[in-house]
Ligand binder design. Sequence first.
Ligand code: PHE
Length: 501
Amino acid sequence: SHTKEQIQALLLGLVAKDGEIKNTHGLAIGSTPVEQTDIIGVLKSLESREIIKYETITREGLELTAEGSDIADNGSYEARVFGAVPASGGISIPDLKTTLGAVAQFGQGRAIKNKWVKKDGADLVRATTSIVDESQNILKAIRADGSAAHADEKTIKELKKQKVVQSVKTVSYRVMKGAHFTTDVKKEETDVTEEMLKSGDWKTATFKKYNFNAEGVQPRSGSLHPLLKVREEYRQIFLELGFSEMPTANYVESSFWNFDALFQPQQHPARDAHDTFFLSDPATSDRFPKDYMERVRQVHSHGGYGSIGYGYDWKQADAEKLLLRTHTTAVSSYMLYKLAQDYKKTGVWKSVKWFSIDKVFRNETLDATHLAEFHQVEGVVAGKGLTLGDLIGTLHNFFKKLGIQKLRFKPAYNPYTEPSMEIFAWHDGLDRWVEIGNSGMFRPEMLLPMGLPEDVSVIAWGLSTERPTMIKCGIDNIRKLAGHKCDLAFLNRDPIARLDK
Ligand code: PHE
């Protein structure tokens, strides 16, 4: 398109030459037409300085609909019927239908009425040797200039009713000289500058008038990160199922709650700095209950509660090491301990359904699907006599809410659950089973030292929010979702999260 300066020069040049522009319709620079929407911008700014005046000219014209265009290109339906009838012999009506489809039905009646074809028994035969397709000609003419003058009023009305043409309004302008008409438009200054003050140019400069009616720049609205949208959707599902949320605000935990309370031995590879981020300052904390700690030491070193334990020398120093939690199960273990204390105090057992959704940290090798921090979703149900069947049933209920119907389970290993199961879901788009989570029943070696009643069992499961969000947003690289390479515009454009139902 053209610049403002080009359009301004064109308009002012024409007004200077002819006294006015009768109609800006059809103006062009070189062979490129100038859009009326570009012209009005220039006119308004020139009018505000009284360089020109203008009037708006609106004109009702006609344009073809898609069907109208088809007729202009390929002939009216009645002409196509005529064309399909052989000059000698005829065509059966079913055959006509096979050649022309729906057009046969629409064109047949009018072709007979026009006396172009006639019925001969079960066939159609020609009633004339040649035809003039008036409708096609009219539509071609209308398409060329948009004028309604190519047919009488009745015909135009009929064409509109047939929805082959429709009215359009075109807007153009008449341009006349204003009180301060000039072709030498000085640039309008918007600010008094230091240079202007020094040189005295400010005395002769033309300043742009304030436009108090101008609309302000649309402020950009904030938007939730896709991960937060998915997190909100998960939260909603848990709340609908009657779960309450665990407090996950602390990213820093002691190894005790993250590992030891979960019966994860101190030699476990996950407790290595290669896998876990340990804190250096402060590096340790012993803020965990010492009587309970002694029971944890006992069960790790020597066993108890029907277990033989791991048989190693459990060290408090290792449990004191502070870390960025590697899973939200650290919060679950702390919450279950508190639940056991409440039970001990009151002697009343209350079943619980809990969930958490928050950040966890792992010292991962970063690649397209792994970051050093991600989000976990965790569900925990504690009740008397819960079984693996309850876990499987609960998982079915939970994933059904996410629109996932087909689940499969595979035996797995976690230090804190037995049995443990990886959860697989059938993914229609990928046409295969995808691993979506991990689950299990917490071990007695974990629950009994806490002080939970012996007949209480706890089922739990965990998944990430990143994987479903990536599938949801169609991104293949996690760095596009989180971190410094994340495109902020993408976050704004991203639609409201709806896990497919
Ligand atoms: N904590 C496990 C993980 O990080 C998930 C899990 C939670 C497994 C609860 C079993 C029970 O993968």
